[in-house]
Design a protein around this ligand. Structure first.
Ligand code: PMP
Ligand code: GLN
Length: 380
């Protein structure tokens, strides 16, 4: 059979490549972003209880009602917006799926989507599978700031959507109020949608305020805002998240969701509806992860890597000019095989493989793991 690929440029993604290589070489894995410490036992207990108590059949298509209500309450508490649990929130199997569904709901062949590179690797294939065109704009190296002049120059009548991600994977940069002001002035009086990837909303450091689109009703009007419980409760394997969008946009989102996944794992939704009431559990995450960032940064000062600042997410990037001038992919593969330490080469987050010779490290790990990793990195 001859299949004309809809995504001819796509191969195995970098997370799979590096995690497989890490397992093969028994390397310490600071590559793919996931915590290696246990998640909250009260939450796992609530899931077990939900299963025992018979919550094992399909949830309603938009998600477990009590969970959507708890999310609406959380949004009001954190960002002051009133979002309808009935018509403006949908539970999804992860943030990646929420992003895919939002793009599929709005994109037609020929549409253009402006996004910023380096970016999470699903964005461009999600755009292209819908017949639309990705218009990547480089974040300005090394601060990874948005070049709003370049955005203005890229906007035209085909621009259907601008995608933002704050706190940012892979760089740990964050958007400030001045970026929101620029975005507002660009989309004003246009039909441009905003897709805001906020899966790291609770991982923001140094007292910085997360610039959620949910704070800005005039922007929310045209936005899909995507979240992941995996990042909030250290359970990436649950693949559970949600999308928030105004009712007319959510209506289209649900048309895609209804015939793709329909509804998500019920017991976890029942459990999360209860657990979300513990504000401390999500409010404490920034402090917890900031300590990890600081601990890792301190340990890394003993190596020849030069870390860049990270203001959010659970990633921090580093350059290696004192170690080698190899391309980042070659170095990442060599370090995994020879030094037993896996990282992610940041060039993988550019459509054209732009290589600033930067590696991404995930610091959402037990202190012992960070220590073992740095032991190995010190020998590089
Ligand atoms: N966006 C970004 C930037 C991410 O890093 C992730 C985590 N993989 C996601 C979205 C989606 O997370 P998930 O699908 O695992 O919920
Ligand atoms: N978000 C995680 C990362 O950037 C992993 C996502 C994935 O494995 N698809 O490392």
């Amino acid at each position: 059979m001859n299949i004309a690929s809809k995504l001819p440029a796509v191969g195995t993604n970098i997370f799979t490549v590096m995690s497989t290589l890490a397992a093969e070489h028994k390397a310490v894995n600071l590559g793919q972003g996931f915590p290696d410490f246990p998640m909250n036992e009260e939450l796992t207990g609530l899931v077990a209880a939900a299963m025992k108590n018979g919550f094992n059949q399909y949830a309603p298509m938009p998600g477990w009602p009590a969970l959507r209500e708890a999310i609406a309450e959380k949004i009001h508490f954190l960002y002051g917006s009133n979002v309808s649990p009935d018509t403006e929130i949908t539970i999804t199997p992860g943030g990646t799926y929420a992003i895919y569904s939002a793009l599929t709901a709005i994109l037609n062949p020929g549409d253009e989507v402006i996004l910023f590179e380096p970016c999470y690797d699903s964005y461009i294939p999600n755009i292209e599978i819908n017949g639309a065109k990705a218009v990547p704009i480089n974040l300005v190296y090394p601060e990874y700031k948005i070049d709003w002049k370049a955005v203005r120059a890229a906007v035209n009548e085909k621009t259907r959507c601008i995608m933002i991600n704050t706190p940012h994977n892979p760089t740990g940069s964050v958007i400030g109020p001045e970026d929101i002001a620029e975005l507002r002035s660009i989309v004003k009086d246009t039909n441009i949608f905003i897709l805001s990837d906020e899966v790291y909303e609770h991982l923001i450091f140094d007292g910085i305020t997360h610039q959620s689109i949910l704070r800005y009703p005039d922007l929310l009007e045209r936005s899909f805002v995507c979240f992941s419980f995996g990042k909030v409760y250290n359970c990436t394997g649950w693949k559970l998240g949600y999308c928030v969008a105004p009712a007319p946009l959510m209506k289209e989102f649900r048309k895609v969701h209804q015939f793709n996944c329909f509804s998500c794992f019920t017991p976890a939704q029942v459990a999360l509806a209860e657990f979300l009431k513990h504000r401390d559990a999500y409010l404490g995450l920034s402090g917890f992860m900031q300590e990890k960032r600081d601990y890792f940064t301190k340990l890394m000062s003993r190596t020849r890597f030069t870390l860049q600042p990270s203001y959010g997410s659970y990633f921090i990037c580093g350059t290696y000019e004192r170690i080698s001038d190899e391309p980042d992919k070659e170095l990442a593969i060599r370090l995994t095989k020879e030094a037993g330490i896996a990282t992610i080469p940041v060039s993988s987050f550019y459509h054209n493989g732009k290589d600033d010779k930067v590696l991404r490290f995930c610091f959402s790990k037990k202190n012992e793991t960070l220590e073992a990793a740095v032991e190995k990195l010190m020998k590089c």
